[in-house]
Design a protein around this ligand. Structure first.
Ligand code: GLU
Length: 553
């Protein structure tokens, strides 16, 4: 077979060569040990939380080694593509501060010298490599129709073939003569380009996965499709060409690709390219609410499978990243304890500390992490974030929340910026309900009153408070003032004293503050009541107290 002739026949217009590409995309000029990683999603318009896991790993591994991470869009599967499926993915990364060094930056935009970073724009690269493989007898055209391929599958079934696919004796087009190929082409028969596998059924290969260790598998014997009939590459061939010419050193991808590694290694070798290092990450799992079993986070069943869920709910990005890192790297928590104030993006990510079995994504744990992260934020920072979130996701709340920024900031600052701040809010969509009594009169429910407090006691407490409340007083003075009302009301000013002799009193000073709290906020539990009352002002406080007392008849 005259392979040069065949290559010219199949790719008459291709003049670009792999040597040209080597010059255009030279090895990167990076320090020793620098890692080049990539995140390579299909533009589905959906960023799965597992994708954020992967991308975070890519970016941190590159950063920790002073390397490069880039975002490549894999849009060769036209069926899955949706219009502008890229923007949602980019927005997802932006929202979480995951910042690639290079690659696609938006719908139709990119940065870096190793592009284009969108596969549909790289046809000339794939074709240059494909042509060379044909010239070297390592790839051949296959004219089998869909019916013929179905017949082949059926034959393999009847034969009980252990390996299924296009290979060896089943590979009908593997040994076509040049004349036969010419005749097929002249007849306008569609063709795909297949890899001519040199693998043998009884050989095995081993490769090192950086988190899973040595993996041994049968060698690839399948004549895999490299280019589809429309000239578009398959994932396998695009992966090999792209990761070579983009000079990826570490391919970090989902574990579902492990079984394809023998194929990929064979292709890298056939092309004369160095095989990159592989890391296959574990899947993100959850405990099924109904069955209690561990299962994959599903796009269909679990809203939290989508990264947009966390943006819509208003989880601060630091909390999500912080939580993901505790799942991703067993070193993270120790590092965090030693470096409480560093940006999580500075974490020296260690691939060896990544787990290889599915990690459990637990919303409750994320919620706790988030409460902790928010508790350490400054009120003014929270104000800005809540305002930005509400503008998009809760415009009506945004309107009231931003009328008086100083007021809302003071509200957020209650029990904050102190040594032991409250850990009450986990996400911005809770702020409106949590602080509702600041924006609207509460409808306090009298059944929440302490049992030992009668309606007459409430009225007496309310009247003391309306007459004597002094909003300029601090917490201690306010409490002392409530204590001073106790004797006349028949309540004990000291809780300890009351406990010693409960029969002697109706209740204690705590009951007074419970009544005031309920009347003013509608709640039995709030942040510091004294500050809440100061912020509301005497007029509102008195009105709410009186309204509550009136409810009791
Ligand atoms: N486009 C592939 C996917 O979305 C990427 C796999 C890889 O990272 O190589 O699964």
């Amino acid at each position: 077979m005259d392979n040069m002739k065949l290559a010219a026949l199949l790719f008459p217009d291709v003049t670009l060569t792999p040597e040209d590409l080597e010059v255009k995309y030279p090895p990167r000029n990076l320090p020793e040990g620098a890692r080049v990683t990539r995140f390579a999603p299909s533009p589905t318009g959906f960023l799965h939380i597992g994708g954020l896991f992967g991308a975070l790993t890519d970016v941190l591994v590159a950063r920790a080694s002073k390397g490069v991470s880039f975002l490549r869009i894999e849009d060769t599967d036209k069926k899955r593509e949706i219009d502008d499926g890229v923007s949602a993915i980019i927005r997802g990364f932006e929202a979480f501060g995951v910042d690639f060094t290079e690659g696609v930056t938006g719908f139709g935009t990119e940065k870096g010298d190793y592009g284009p970073y969108t596969q549909s724009q790289r046809a000339s690269i794939y074709h240059a490599v494909a042509k060379r493989l044909v010239e070297e007898g390592k790839a051949y055209p296959c004219f089998c129709t869909a019916e013929e391929l179905t017949a082949l599958r059926e034959r393999q079934e009847t034969d009980g073939a252990l390996i299924r696919g296009y290979f060896g004796k089943y590979a009908k087009c593997r040994n076509l003569t040049l004349e036969e190929i010419e005749a097929n082409l002249a007849a306008g028969k569609p063709w795909v380009l297949r890899f001519r596998s040199e693998g043998s059924e009884d050989k095995r290969i081993t490769f090192e996965d950086l988190i899973r260790g040595k993996i041994e598998m049968p060698e690839n014997i399948i004549d895999e499709v490299l280019l589809k009939s429309n000239g578009i590459p398959t994932y396998h061939f695009a992966h090999v060409c792209d990761d070579h010419f983009m000079r990826t050193t570490h391919v970090i991808r989902a574990e579902e690709w492990i079984s394809s590694v023998p194929k990929h290694i064979a292709m890298f070798k056939a092309c004369g390219f160095k095989v990159p290092k592989y890391i296959h990450t574990a899947q993100v799992m959850k405990l099924d609410d109904e069955t209690g079993d561990k299962r994959k986070l599903s796009k269909r069943k679990d809203p939290e499978a989508s990264v947009s869920y966390f943006v819509e709910k208003g989880f601060p990005r630091e909390a999500v990243i912080e939580y993901l890192l505790t799942l991703l790297n067993s070193n993270f928590e120790d590092w965090r304890r030693a470096n409480p104030n560093l940006d999580a993006m500075d974490f020296p990510f260690n691939l060896k500390k990544m787990g290889s079995s599915g990690c459990l994504f637990d919303l409750t744990k994320l919620t706790d992490v988030s409460k902790n992260v928010i508790s350490h934020m400054k009120a003014s920072d929270i104000y800005d974030r809540v305002a930005a979130w509400a503008k998009v996701y809760s415009p009506a709340f945004h309107a009231v929340f931003t009328i008086d920024p100083a007021f809302s900031t003071a509200m957020l600052n209650i029990d904050r910026e102190v040594p032991k701040p409250r850990k009450d809010i986990a996400k911005w969509d809770e702020v409106e309900a949590y602080f509702s009594y600041f924006f609207q009169e509460p409808d306090a429910d009298p059944s929440l009153l302490p049992e030992r407090v009668s309606p007459a006691d409430v009225k007496a407490i309310v009247s003391c408070c309306c007459e004597n409340y002094e909003p300029t007083e601090d917490k201690d003075a306010w409490f002392a003032r409530m204590k001073s009302w106790c004797p006349a009301l028949g309540f004990c000013p000291e809780v300890k004293e009351y406990k010693k002799n409960p029969e002697a009193y109706k209740g204690h000073v705590g009951d007074l503050s419970s009544v005031v709290r309920l009347a003013v906020t509608g709640r039995t539990n709030t942040p510091d009541l004294c500050t809440i009352m100061q912020l509301l002002g005497k007029e509102k406080v008195s009105a709410r107290l009186n309204r509550f007392a009136a409810k009791l008849g």
